[in-house]
Design a binder for this molecule. Structure first.
Ligand code: NCD
Length: 300
């Protein structure tokens, strides 16, 4: 049994298989309507979510499976002091596969160590990793760039707490000739453990300086909920705003990605630009999760 806790839990061949499977689903969704019939997904969200939770639930429903779960841990026995391990052991009695989001780094990994029949999917663990967002990101990039080789990828915003960024950097570093450009204020720099294994990277505070040479710009939200000091959040929240003026400095085929939600960091005036891929990215999240569920349930 396989889990998906860290983007490196799957090999490049396994990613290729998921990409092809997602392509097939996109091309012919009717062929998949009852692929997961009789299977149950537990959707456990200890932290707020819109796209991740709804796309997991849509994915399972579109495969003919069913979903149980919660989107508010305050309505569960967690409030009575139940441990995560007891919750997971309980859920394993009812479900075939489990997607979980938790505010603690390492929570999904801990869950994967206590189950014996139920694959665990990490839908975000604190400021650490978010591998299924990575799957959505990779599918979107592959469909428009054709491959992952020879790309200069800029990550802009909250690189310290951005789990989607930590995950994508880990995953895409396995391809050849990738350059990473980390664009952040010094308080929100990419943490050393996520940089130590990179072959090539640059760091800057200036989006304007970096944008002309980028093939992909991955924007991110400054994550209010992870700050200890609200003053520091207020000072940093609008550090970067991508607007048509800054975008005019970019290549004609630069892709703009954002895991969403956005606050102010991408002006809505950018939404209709042909380089804006963040709406497509959220759709790819559902197809990627459909492919992943089938793979982890050994239904492919
Ligand atoms: C992100 C998350 O929750 O990590 N969103 C997502 O899952 N698509 C990004 C964020 O919250 O800023």
């Amino acid at each position: 049994m396989k889990h998906f806790i860290d983007p490196l839990d799957l090999t490049l061949d396994e990613y290729d298989l998921l990409f092809r499977l997602a392509d097939n689903i996109i091309e012919s969704p009717v062929d998949f309507l009852d692929r997961a019939k009789g299977k149950l997904l537990a959707s456990l969200f200890f932290e707020p979510s819109t796209r991740t939770r709804l796309s997991f639930e849509a994915a399972m429903n579109r495969l003919g499976g069913r979903v149980i779960g919660f989107s508010d841990a305050n309505a569960t026995s967690t409030t009575k002091g139940e441990t995560l391990i007891d919750t997971i052991n309980t859920v394993e009695n009812y479900s075939d596969i489990c997607a979980m989001r938790h505010f603690k780094e390492g929570a999904a990994s801990l869950a994967s160590k206590v189950v014996s029949t139920m694959p665990i999917i990490n839908a975000g663990d604190g400021g650490h990793l978010h591998p299924t967002q990575t799957l959505a990101d990779l599918i979107t990039i592959r469909r428009h760039k054709g491959s992952f080789e020879k790309l200069n990828i800029g990550f802009c915003g909250d690189l310290k707490f951005g789990r989607t960024i930590h995950s994508l950097v880990r995953a895409i570093n396995r391809y050849e000739d990738i350059n990473f450009t980390f664009i952040s204020p010094k308080e929100l720099k990419m943490p050393d453990p996520f940089k130590s294994f990179l072959k090539k990277y640059d760091e800057t505070e200036s989006l304007v300086d970096a944008i002309p040479s980028l093939d992909i710009l991955y924007m991110s939200r400054v994550q209010k909920e992870r700050f200890v000091s609200s003053d520091e959040y207020e000072r940093l929240k609008d550090f970067y705003i991508l607007d048509p003026e800054k975008l005019s400095l970019a290549k004609d085929d630069m892709m703009i990605l954002h895991p969403m939600p956005r606050v102010n960091e991408i002006s809505p005036l950018v939404d209709k630009d042909s380089r804006a891929f963040y709406f497509e990215q959220m759709k790819m999240g559902m197809y990627g999760r459909m492919a992943l569920i089938l793979y982890l349930l050994e239904l492919v």
